[in-house]
Design a protein around this ligand. Sequence first.
Ligand code: HEM
Length: 198
Amino acid sequence: MTTFFTELKRGTAASHTALEATYPFSTMMKPAVFDRQAYTQNLLILASFHNCVSNFIQNIENSELLSEFIDTDAVMQAISHDLIALGRQPDFPDFPLISSAESPEHALAGAYVWMGSSMGARILYRWLNHAGYEDFPTAYYQQMIALGQRWPEFVEHGLDYVQQHKLDVDACIDIANQLFDGLQVCANTLSHQKHHPA
Ligand code: HEM
């Protein structure tokens, strides 16, 4: 059964790689191109993603088994805190609508991408603090690191959820990839605005 999560990871690996290659994610850990604007845009995109998942997951029946791990209020508060500290209102871009997000597969895929993003958070937080960006606000990354510590427990509960709802792994992979695509669309919208201000 652990292969369910192995399959999810395998099925979304290409989307993850593509996202990492997209501005502003592509500037992370690259001092020559990383700056305050890239950091701010990164947080705006993530705010849009977290807002979307947090909205749909709470409307999916019996998803508490998963949503207890993602701590939506704390994550949204942390990200707003950081954006305000960076001088931005948390006026994040709209996340592209994903097909009616009501199934248990949506809950699992949303929680998976949310919890999975804590892995990059740990690395990025360490880098920010050792590469001269100590003055950047990092409440969001600290919050994600805290969530990430519960990853093994999340997987265990996730597998129970998979069994209870007889989830289809390919449907979950599809939805997780739609979320990664949404992150890309948000990233492209913001960088388009950067080059062509309204
Ligand atoms: C530049 C930004 C990012 C970096 C450097 C990064 C880095 C990483 C790393 C190192 C891993 C662990 C890979 C492994 O164990 O083999 C990972 C996994 C993952 N990341 Fe990212 N990541 C970034 C952005 C994101 C974003 C924005 C999201 C989604 C919002 C995300 C979602 C995931 C997911 C779902 C996994 C897979 C978890 C698993 O199944 O084990 N990542 N990331």
